[in-house]
Design a protein around this ligand. Sequence first.
Ligand SMILES: *Cc1c(COP(=O)(O)O)cnc(C)c1O
Length: 411
Amino acid sequence: MKGFTSKIVHSDRQQAIEHGAVHKPVHDSVAFSFEDAHELAAVFQGKQPGYTYGRQVNPTVSALENKITAMEQGVASVCFGTGMAAIGTTMFALLRAGDHVVSSAFLFGNTTSLFNSFDRQGLNISFVDATNVDNVANAITAETKMVFVETIANPRTQIADLKAIGELCQQRGLIYVVDNTMTSPYLFQPRSVGASLVVNSLTKYISGHGNVLGGVVTELGTYDWGAFQNIYADYRKGDSVRWGITQIRKKGLRDLGAALAAQAAHDISKGAETLALRMERQCSNAQALAEFLQQQPSSSVEAVYYPGLPQHPQYQRSQDLFGRSGAILSFELSADRDIWQFLNALQVVIKSTNLGDNRSLVIPVAHTIYHEVGPKVRADMGIADTLIRVSVGIEDVEDLTDDFAQAFARS
Ligand SMILES: *Cc1c(COP(=O)(O)O)cnc(C)c1O
């Protein structure tokens, strides 16, 4: 099977399932038993695969990990309770005090918050405009171990210089981590730009229904862990391609314990089967809605940010790397309009945080997710008081454009 969806839908059956079940069942047992004590010891010592304790391993979670690994064309994946846990545990397991990370300045806000915390705990993080590789190159020091970027930034939709940063990381021997949440492995596989590790929040497009939290990190097999000093002696065994992901599971998940629950893994697996179908629809809805907003008079809409519009600064990059431009857009209402009246006039689109849901969601960015950071950071990030983020869902597109049209008319 070659196709993206065929592989996900038939993934569980690649291993024997009890009673011929076509879904991997939910294994809610925390611990796993062995007939032979030798086997128990062999699994603990990593000499034999198997299940021991649910904080690090669970068969239902493994089934999801296998699906994600296939989607990302990787080597192995580790799931977590949330996307934040995936990012935090990965950095915690691989980096030590004094290590330096170059990060995009245009990040999911909670990731910026996490990196600021890590910076206070002894890592050094530089935030740069990663839409141009030169800014990343200029920030590298002798202590730099990792570069971290997202694909499409939220809310202003900047696209990192993904390919050139991959070449730079390969030349300099740096771990290249790409957060693929906004594009999902259906639109983009960071392996194609030389990424070492991919992070996905499973809460967003991969599960898709806004009803379950999860995160995952995938090893792509492109980084030489043999040359990386921070791998502990215990994990310098077997194929060096797996040393990094082994340390993330064995040390990171053990120490921090942010495991994904079996029921959550099962729910995410169900959602993941329709990722391609949903993503197609969401991207085409987003493209149509962005074009609709772009056509509004300047008395209604000041600016629209969507990488599928030719005037977007990274339009060509989006076409080349993703083909589509994702399902997040943002726009500034014109200054003489009242953002509250406009939002309250929407009838189909829901006022809520989150993104990647099947339902379209809007949020006034400066007053909610970027309220705490204050006006200086908002100005640096290009977040105007009238900026509205739209996470475009799978509704019939006319219902979305009609809803925006009536809201402009009534507010
Ligand atoms: C939502 C999100 C995360 C965090 O995921 P959670 O599952 O909410 O913890 C990380 N990165 C990006 C780009 C996200 O959109």
